[in-house]
Design a protein around this ligand. Structure first.
Ligand SMILES: Nc1ncnc2c1ncn2[C@@H]1O[C@H](COP(=O)(O)OP(=O)(O)OP(=O)(O)O)[C@@H](O)[C@H]1O
Length: 249
């Protein structure tokens, strides 16, 4: 049986008395496009950091493509492509060298030029990343996430810093990656795009999953009209407060 792409059970992360993520239980099936939405500070990046073993949970379990992300780290990272939040380039390396680093680590035979063409950066292949704009950095990080045709693509705020062409590019990449059978899990608060690409969404608020389902499910449950947007749903379920202080539960 094919394992889910992502499964968490009671996943919890506390930083001192701040509960960044509280008792998260979600399942994302292989082949799905799942939008993980929530206001600033809701716990989206914390969840992704846990799934990628960038940080350890306080409580709960997770599986990524059937692997334990904290014990099967290498196997897990081999099959996952990650676009991290706030990607820092290696400033003195060219775009090609950035791709080479991932290709060599994952031991794939990808061609850096082809990957950079996919994200509209092939003209910058030999350019040093310290000359890149924010949008170019984001495109480079996206190309790096595509190395090795990952089974699961995890994109943390993929629309950040992109112009409308870049936003359309992300949508195209999500579509082409799912066409070849990959799962896409992405966090966002750029809501206009979400309805166009997601099969299901989960809405996180103050570390808790407050709703999950297709947009049609959510409209029904919240008694919203059929033309209610993702923004309407989001506003209904969350307030616009940003978590800046400690939240204790
Ligand atoms: N290393 C850390 N130490 C202490 N608190 C942290 C740490 N990382 C995150 N937090 C807190 O955990 C909560 C969730 O943060 P997280 O970055 O996961 O939110 P987010 O939903 O990704 O937000 P954004 O949309 O602004 O990126 C916030 O209250 C944040 O201040």
């Amino acid at each position: 049986m094919t394992p889910p792409a992502i499964q968490t059970d009671g996943l919890t992360k506390r930083y001192g008395s701040t509960v960044a993520l509280n008792d998260l239980s979600v399942t994302v099936d292989q082949g799905e496009v799942y939008g993980f939405l929530g206001p600033n500070g809701a716990g989206k990046s914390t969840t992704i950091n846990l799934l990628m073993n960038y940080t350890k949970p306080t409580d709960g379990t997770a599986q990524v493509l059937g692997y334990d992300p904290w014990n099967d780290v290498v196997a897990c990272h081999q099959r996952v492509g990650i676009l991290p939040d706030r990607f820092d380039t290696y400033s003195d390396l060219s775009a090609r060298r950035h791709l080479r680093l991932v290709i060599d680590t994952k031991k794939t035979n990808d061609d850096p030029k082809t990957l950079l063409e996919r994200v509209g950066l092939s003209d910058a292949i030999n350019q040093s990343a310290d000359e890149f704009s924010q949008g170019m950095e984001q495109r480079l990080a996206l190309a790096m996430s595509l190395v090795g045709q990952p089974d699961l693509l995890i994109l943390d705020e993929p629309f950040t810093g992109l112009d409308p062409h870049g936003v359309a590019l992300i949508r195209d990449i999500i579509e082409s990656e799912t066409e070849r059978g990959a799962t896409v899990f992405f966090s966002s608060h750029v809501l206009g795009q979400v309805g166009l690409v997601c099969d299901r969404v989960g809405i996180l608020h103050q570390g808790q999953l407050v709703e999950e389902g297709t947009l049609a499910d959510l409209r029904d449950r919240l008694d919203l009209t059929a033309n209610a947007t993702v923004e309407d749903i989001f506003v209904e379920l969350t307030d616009d407060s940003i978590r800046t202080g400690e939240v204790t539960r």
